[in-house]
Design a protein around this ligand. Structure first.
Ligand code: SF4
Length: 368
């Protein structure tokens, strides 16, 4: 660290500058006005993969519907997924729901404030445990998210790539050294806020930064070189075909298995198009394999593009007619024949929502 003070005094001064800046400048966000561990936990789970602006309405809706941990624990998973619908990373909702059940039955409905008990709940990793225990219970655990890693990388000129899993130890050690043990809640939130609002990925606002005088990247004119990152291989793209099977003015929907990508959500049957296969044939084959039904393809409803974190899909959607067979599931966990006006009662992935309007329009003109 530059300067003539001892490292401990430098760190103390950095903590004070950071905390004073945070208290005067932080954004007015609902989860910052509470010490309710359940509310803080919900916010941290939502924020883990999602931007603040997107989270805000979901956070409010979720806590309106499941105002207490007990209400969440006693709710049906489908109701929880419905409120989470569109936020993505549905394992977060499933784990939160399971964890609430465990707390209700094994911790008298009270969120545990000890690392051991809290960390072993479903979906609680090191980040969530440190964030909730420090913010809600003032426990001295440092948080290391993407924003914090960027700040630390610039502050200390950390050479380890921020997107390499083995680097986490280095960043965690740096965060632990800096952490304020007097006020871990404010300190952790200040670090995250600084990364989000000042030490941004592009064009950081160094001129207004409260810790500028201690920042090695700034001091050496190398802000643009940090954080270091490993080059990622290009995102794979998959071609998918799905069919909306009509039978007696109802359509077939299937429910994904509870675990894994989009687990527990409903969708229309379909799957990956194989090499040398056209989308229509893939649609017919996938429906047969997944549901045992023979269908005919009537029309092409549209082509949807959607990006997940690690891959992209291009999805051809067909309207199909039931020909024969009795549903026997191979893959999906459940199925329903529903009227189209009941579509909104079920949680669907975002990619499916992208063709709902066309589907409803098609149905209105084709079957009245
Ligand atoms: Fe980030 Fe600039 Fe502040 Fe350094 S001075 S921590 S690079 S905003």
């Amino acid at each position: 660290m530059p300067g003539k003070q001892s490292p401990m005094t430098e760190f103390q001064s950095l903590r004070q500058s950071l905390i004073s800046w945070y208290l005067a400048n932080h954004r007015d966000l609902p989860w910052r006005k509470t010490t309710n561990p359940y509310h803080i936990w919900v916010s941290e789970v939502m924020l883990q993969q999602t931007q603040v602006d997107t989270v805000l309405p979901y956070y409010r809706r979720f806590l309106k519907r499941f105002a207490s941990l007990e209400r969440l624990a006693r709710a049906d998973l489908q109701a929880v997924l419905k409120v989470w619908e569109g936020l993505g990373y549905y394992a977060r909702a499933r784990n939160l729901h399971r964890a609430a059940g465990i707390i209700l039955h094994h911790h008298h409905g009270i969120v545990p404030d000890g690392w051991e008990d809290f960390r072993k709940l479903p979906g609680v990793g090191d980040y969530i445990a440190a964030a909730v225990l420090s913010i809600a219970f003032e426990k001295p655990y440092s948080v290391v998210d993407g924003n914090v890693k960027r700040v630390l990388a610039r502050l200390f000129l950390v050479e380890n790539p921020v997107n390499q899993s083995t680097s986490i130890k280095i960043f965690k050690e740096a965060a632990d050294r800096l952490l304020s043990h007097e006020d871990p809640a404010t300190f952790n939130q200040a670090m995250m806020e600084l990364g989000a609002m000042v030490c941004k990925p592009q064009q950081p606002l160094c001129s207004t930064c409260p810790i500028q005088r201690m920042c090695l990247a700034y001091g050496t004119g190398r802000v643009g070189e940090y954080p270091k990152k490993l080059k990622r291989s290009p995102t794979p793209q998959f071609k998918i075909a799905v069919g909306v099977v009509f039978k007696n003015r109802r359509v077939l929907i299937t429910r994904r298995k509870p675990e894994g990508l989009l687990g527990g959500l409903w969708e229309f049957p379909g799957g990956k198009i194989q090499n040398n296969e056209n989308a229509k044939d893939a649609c017919i084959r996938e429906i047969k394999e997944e549901t045992n039904l023979s269908v005919g393809v009537d029309s092409h409803l549209g082509r949807i593009k959607h990006a997940y974190t690690h891959f992209k899909i291009v999805m051809d959607v067909y309207c199909c007619s039931y020909i024969s067979g009795k549903v026997k599931l191979n893959g999906p966990a459940d199925h329903r024949w529903i009227k189209l006006d009941k579509l909104d009662d079920y949680p669907f992935p975002k990619a499916n929502h992208k063709f709902f309007a066309e589907l409803k329009q098609f149905a209105a003109s084709a079957i009245g």
